[in-house]
Design a protein around this ligand. Structure first.
Ligand SMILES: Cc1cc2nc3c(=O)[nH]c(=O)nc-3n(C[C@H](O)[C@H](O)[C@H](O)COP(=O)(O)O)c2cc1C
Length: 306
């Protein structure tokens, strides 16, 4: 028998596949479908301090090798968001990860404290959204000091819920950022968010397709970059990693595990294949492990590092 069970900062998962933040929103009903379709854990869309409409449509485009999106962090704000988290925690049978964002470290701490009251299994800090700028006009996850300041502020206000720092592939300081968030008290790292920003232009309209013009790139095209980022983070820190970016098959997921991921995020593949992708990906992982004499996925974490 092949064992797919995984552990993330003390939280037990029946399999390592985690619904990535954003693709299915914050409503408990949709999130519940991902859990019923085989996800090991589910992440809600990022919740911020105030209700936000997000960018005008079109906000998401399937462009051939993945998605490009500029949703603009549309969300119901922290009070209504916390109620959604509470309902998800009550209804969903697998660990629920709540995701939060804000414009500064104190804002993050306030949203995190409000959302933590709904008792999610883990709290993810979206330090890497291309739409929210920290110091120096770049996302928090681009710089060790900014990223650590957010994690430290949240750690001081939220007790008893493990913190996941969601990082970005778009920085040349990645190892330093990973070490900084670990040092500030992060219990795990999600590596990571979308690549870019990128742009798709319609020849006919002679204009960028997204209303926001540029957006974050995800799906199969970003996978090699995301795998390399997981590799670098695994070399830099001891805390567990959720590897995210372009996973749509069991082989893709195992590639992230061998690079160092204890768990694997799935986003864009759910957007185009529906929640059924979780059962298929888990089945493909199991089949590869059986064929290759591997009894537990935990044995493969970081296996490519030799
Ligand atoms: C439509 C869409 C919305 C997203 N919204 C969020 C979000 O609210 N918070 C967040 O941390 N990541 C968000 N992401 C990023 C995903 O969680 C994930 O990190 C990224 O898409 C890479 O994984 P993938 O290639 O499997 O999609 C979003 C991605 C997409 C495609």
């Amino acid at each position: 028998m092949v064992e797919l069970g995984a552990q993330l900062a003390g939280v037990e998962l029946r399999n390592p596949l985690v619904l990535a933040s954003g693709v299915l929103g914050v409503s408990a009903g949709t999130i519940e479908r991902a859990a019923e379709s085989g996800a090991g854990a589910v992440t809600l869309k990022s919740i911020g301090p105030k209700p936000r409409a997000g960018h005008p449509n079109p906000t998401v485009l399937e462009w051939g090798c993945g998605l490009i999106n500029a949703v603009g962090l549309s969300n119901p704000g922290m009070e209504a968001g916390a109620r959604e988290v509470e309902e998800a925690v009550r209804r969903v049978k697998v660990p629920v990860i709540a995701s939060v964002f804000a414009g500064d470290a104190e804002g993050f701490a306030a949203v995190a404290e409000t959302v933590a009251a709904a008792k999610p299994a883990l709290l993810e800090l979206n330090l890497s959204c291309p739409n929210v700028m920290g110091e120096h006009g770049v996302p928090f996850a681009y710089e060790p000091g900014s990223a650590a300041a957010v994690v430290g502020a949240v750690k001081a206000r939220v007790r008893g819920i493990p913190l996941v720092a969601k990082l970005s592939p778009n920085t040349h300081l990645l190892s330093g950022v990973a070490r900084a968030v670990e040092g500030a008290g992060a219990d795990a790292i999600n590596m990571g968010n979308t690549l870019g920003p990128g742009m798709i232009i319609s020849l006919e309209a002679r204009r960028p397709v997204l209303a926001n013009k540029a957006g974050g790139v995800s799906g199969p095209a970003v996978r090699p970059v995301a795998v390399r980022c997981v590799w670098d983070v695994f070399e830099a820190v001891k805390i567990p990693i959720i590897g995210t970016g372009g996973v749509s098959s069991g082989r893709d997921a195992l590639e992230f595990v061998m690079a160092g991921a204890a768990c694997v995020g799935v986003g864009s593949a759910v957007a185009w294949g529906g929640p059924a992708v979780f059962r298929r990906i888990a089945g493909e992982m199991r089949a590869w492990m059986e064929a290759n004499g591997v009894s537990s996925v935990k044995e493969l974490v970081g296996a490519a590092h030799g």
